[in-house]
Every structure is written in C-alpha cells, then in structure tokens.
Design a protein. Structure first.
Length: 312
C-alpha cells in the first residue's frame, strides 16, 4: 500500500471477498504503470491516497465469484482491468465485465499484464482515430508501455510508423516491432519538414505545440498520456493556427471506455496476437516485495515495455 508520496509499505490485510458481479483472482502477475506513479504522488484524480493499494491490471486464476456472477469463470486464467486500483496484492477482486480470458492467446500472466491497459489504450485510440493502411504515423515515447504496443498496432493496420526514442538499442528493438523509421532524440531532433496523418503522444509536455504542427491535412493527434508533464495552455493555439487543415485532437483515457467496448477491443487484440502482428514486451519481472523499486524504475522513464510484479 501507499505509505506516503515517497514510500510503499507491505501490509497484511484480510482476504477480499467478491461482491455481486465480482470475482476473486489469485494474482500471478501485476502490471506497473505510470498511473501508479501518479497515484503515489497524489496526482491521480480518484486514488484514495495513503493506505490505498496501487495497481490497475492483474492476471491470474479466478478462484471464487460473487452473487449473480457465472461460476464458469472459476478456474479460468484471466487478465483483469481494475477500475479502483488494488492490484499490488496476492489476491484481488475484479468486476466480472472487465475480465478477459487468456485461453488461446498464447500469453502467460506476465505477458498478459504487459499488454494490459496499454494494449487497450493503443488499440482503442488507433480504432477511434481510424488509422489506415498507407498513412504515416508518428509515435512519441515509443519505448514505453503504450508506445511499444502503439507501434505494433499501427503497423498491423498497414501504417508507415516513425518512432521517437532515446537510444540506438531501443531504436533497433522498435524496428523489430515494425517501425519503419527511428529518430533518436538524444542525437538529432525530428525533422521540422516531416508531417504525419496521425501522431500518438504519450509524453505531452512543452513539445505538444510543435508536434501538433506536424499533422497533415485532416490529421489526428492522439494524446494518450503526459509523462512529460502538462503542455502550456498556448499549445492549443496550434489547432486554430492550422484550422484550414482541419486537425483533430483526441485526449484519450481508458476510464471513459464502456466494458462492452473493452471486450470488443480484446477481440481485436487477441486476433493480432494470433496472427503474430502484436506481442507483449516485458521490461523486467520483479517480486511483489520489490514494488517500490519497480515503481521508481517506471518513474525514471527507463523501461522498454512493461515492468511486471510477481506475487509468488
């Protein structure tokens, strides 16, 4: 649980019991994301604060169900998206309508949370923006949890993908995942003359205005995170400056997505897993007891893919 803005603490608590419409999961893997970083900082809008448990994605075995929930879930390996945190635990309660079966996907529990909320963000954002074959797509923060999956998702749709990352080694790994062009931001900036049909941005920060200007006519900008902090308010002036080109800005959070749309997304994700166009990327596996160090690794921005906690 969160002890303070600077520290996590291990605690023994009573085993949770699933209420109506919920299931109990024996957790095999937990995803560590930037949302958890914000939660510990006290910057995530609905995190309860000290004493609460981070974690919004777990994978494991369903061991019990609450009233009104199908017993067919018992014994199934699932990925679960938890709308109310609580995932850094050996057992967790999840909504039955936010369960996603792993049978037939070919991924284990660690791979499932490496997909987790990031795969849903990448897929649904790409779906809403209508990324099409032949379009040019720019992925900012491409080595992060969302970025590695957005790169693959855009490529699976037939787009020509340019990624921005921070080293030659990370660039080579992104090429292996389908990137056509790599920009190492530590060596050279993006070419101001380049333009894109779609920009996928998990960074935001002060560069947002400049990146909005990179859109082609009828371009779509997918703002999926703000690891670089909030942009300056005047950044949105770019939408008016380029009004004649009809740009669109999507600010996308998974919190706005209905369970049935998550289920539809999971069908698309599993189809990509089966045809080999999508694969989970695990940066590091750590025991649950090392949750604080894992969270600090995510906060540092150094992972390539997903940091995963293993309760046992």
């Amino acid at each position: 649980m969160v002890k303070s803005r600077e520290e996590l603490a291990l605690a023994e608590v009573a085993e949770p019991a699933p209420a109506r419409g919920h299931v109990l999961i024996e957790v095999a893997a937990v995803g560590v994301g930037f949302m958890d970083v914000l939660a510990r900082r006290g910057e995530y809008y609905d995190f309860p604060g000290p004493g609460a448990v981070p974690g919004v994605e777990v994978a494991g075995l369903v061991t019990a169900v609450g009233a009104g929930t199908s017993e067919e879930w018992i014994g199934q390996e699932v990925l679960a998206v938890l709308p109310a945190f609580g995932g850094y635990a050996e057992r967790a309660v999840a909504d039955a309508d936010r369960l996603f079966p792993l049978a037939g996907t070919g991924v284990d529990a660690a791979g499932a949370v490496a997909l987790g909320v990031n795969a849903f963000v990448a897929d649904i954002a790409s779906h809403r923006a209508g990324i099409r074959a032949g379009e040019r797509v720019l992925v900012l923060g491409a080595g992060g949890g969302i970025g590695v999956l957005a790169t693959q998702t855009a490529r699976a749709r037939g787009a020509e993908v340019t990624v921005v990352t921070s080293s030659a080694e990370r660039g080579a790994r992104l090429r292996a995942l389908g990137a056509a062009h790599v920009v190492d931001r530590t060596r050279s900036p993006l070419d101001d003359g380049d333009s894109y049909d779609v920009v996928v941005d998990t960074v935001a920060g002060p560069a947002l205005e400049q990146n909005l200007h990179r859109l082609r006519p009828n371009g779509r900008y997918l703002l999926c995170g703000a690891a670089g902090g909030p942009p300056q308010p005047e950044a949105l002036v770019a939408l008016l400056t380029d009004f004649h080109r009809s740009p669109t800005l999507f600010a996308f959070s998974l919190n706005s997505v209905r369970p049935e749309d998550l289920q539809a997304s999971w069908q698309r994700i599993t189809a990509m897993l089966r045809d080999g166009s999508l694969a989970p990327v695990v940066d590091q596996r750590s025991p649950l007891t090392d949750a604080d160090a894992a969270l600090r690794r995510v906060e540092s921005g150094t992972p390539f893919g997903k940091v995963v906690l293993l309760p046992r």
